[in-house]
Design a protein around this ligand. Structure first.
Ligand SMILES: Nc1ncnc2c1ncn2[C@@H]1O[C@H](COP(=O)(O)OP(=O)(O)OP(=O)(O)O)[C@@H](O)[C@H]1O
Ligand SMILES: [Mg+2]
Length: 387
């Protein structure tokens, strides 16, 4: 068996080729024993793997146990039909998280219904849409989004059913249940005469998500993910990096869900009932991880004029929504408390931008702007930390 491994922030991807049996399993064991420091997501890519023996299965179990022990996850991707049958016969399909080799699909003739920052959405039929990621987006994104969307659904998040990962040419995507509805952005515009009530509804939905406690280990921990990205980010000197990591480590760990991009463009309104989409960054952590990106859109991009373009909400209305949203989320705190809250929100807004900077969301010009934005959002004690 040939084996190659590749580390990206907190994710380790191990690609296996040939057979996983008594001769080759020790190589995988060695990687698991020596390469997992700081890893929260272990991906085993079976694309080139033809066979798994019983010993191979035991090594997989040991790797999974190891990952769960450090509150991380193990996912097996690109499983061929023969190995999938072995998983089913042995009952591993109920223990192990795995995905079959994706089906190939053509988008010829499909109607493009929307475009987001990471991909495009096509109508496949009356009940199904295809979210197809852009080529420059990490090709593990589709698989992660599909998995997290399914787990979120099971945990009680109102969201679309995620069916399967597919490949279209060089791009990967996810087939989703079609949600026939407008976004919350449009809903807010339609009900602008009752803005306070609509914002209350939005706040209530966010709090609902933030109160869900999923099964332990089902979602990654946002602090771990954030630390991985800050460590790997080329924007900071050693002192700044240490100060950011220190603040993240001092942040309260929470077992409740966050979406990490909870803006009104990612909430669909079926009548008055919200449904969440765009689930690729779901994690557990403090709600501040969500409030940062919400401020990014409703406050920052309302000022740059891009809010309308990014989430389809009028910039002027968005400017009114943010102060109402933050005050109501925290039950109308007194001004000094609100100022402290805003300072913390800005920190988590900076963190979100570190992730977006590293993933390249928004293209090269946005990447350059993010650099300034991040340094402006971080407090002085961090930006001016001695190098
Ligand atoms: N299940 C669905 N049913 C109907 N429309 C959908 C569905 N999923 C996505 N869409 C449409 O496609 C758009 C883009 O989807 P999504 O937000 O998941 O992509 P994205 O590129 O990650 O977006 P973002 O710009 O927020 O990062 C949505 O705003 C929505 O209009
Ligand atoms: Mg979106």
């Amino acid at each position: 068996m040939n084996l190659a491994h590749h580390r990206e922030a907190d994710r380790l991807t191990v690609s296996l080729m040939g057979r996983l049996d008594h001769e080759t399993a020790p190589t995988l064991t060695q990687v698991v024993d020596h390469e997992l420091d700081g890893v929260t997501e272990l991906v085993l890519d079976f694309d080139g793997l033809e066979h798994v023996s019983s010993l191979g299965l035991r090594v997989l179990l040991a790797a999974q146990k190891r990952m769960h022990g450090i509150h991380g996850s193990l996912v097996v991707r690109n499983v061929n039909p023969a190995i999938a049958t072995v998983f089913e016969i042995t009952g591993f399909d109920r223990i192990l998280e795995y995905e079959r080799k994706p089906r190939r699909l053509s988008i010829d003739g499909l109607e493009l219904i929307a475009k987001g920052g990471n991909g495009e959405c096509f109508r496949v039929d009356e009940e199904t849409v295809l979210k197809l990621y852009f080529n420059h987006i990490d090709d593990a994104s589709a698989s992660r989004e599909k998995r997290l969307a399914k787990k979120a659904f099971v945990a009680g998040v109102p969201t679309a059913i995620s069916y399967e990962v597919v490949v279209c040419g060089t791009r990967t995507g996810v087939l989703y249940e079609m949600i026939n509805a407008d976004t919350l952005s449009k809903y807010i515009e339609r009900h602008v005469d009752h803005l306070e009530a609509v914002v209350d509804h939005y706040v209530g939905f966010c709090r609902q998500i933030h109160s869900i406690v999923p099964d332990q280990g089902a979602f990654p921990d946002a602090i771990d993910i954030a630390c991985g990205h800050v460590e790997a980010c080329d924007l900071f000197n050693a002192g700044q990096r240490a100060a950011i990591l220190d603040r993240l480590h001092r942040t309260e760990r929470r077992s409740t869900l966050i979406h990490w991009d909870l803006h009104p463009g990612n909430i669909m309104m079926q009548g008055d009932v919200p449904c969440l989409i765009d689930m690729g960054d779901m994690a557990t952590g403090t709600p501040y991880f969500d409030l940062g990106p919400i401020r990014q859109i409703l406050q920052f991009h309302a000022e740059t004029g891009l809010c309308q373009k990014i989430i389809g909400l009028d910039n002027g209305i968005a400017r009114r929504v943010w102060p109402m949203f933050v005050a109501r989320y925290f039950n109308n705190p007194p001004p000094d408390e609100l100022a402290a809250i805003e300072e913390n929100v800005r920190f988590f807004q900076a963190i979100r931008n570190v992730l977006l900077y590293r993933s390249g969301t928004g293209g090269e010009s946005m990447r350059a702007r993010r650099k300034d934005m991040i340094l402006q959002l971080l407090p002085r004690e961090i930006t001016q930390a001695p190098a």
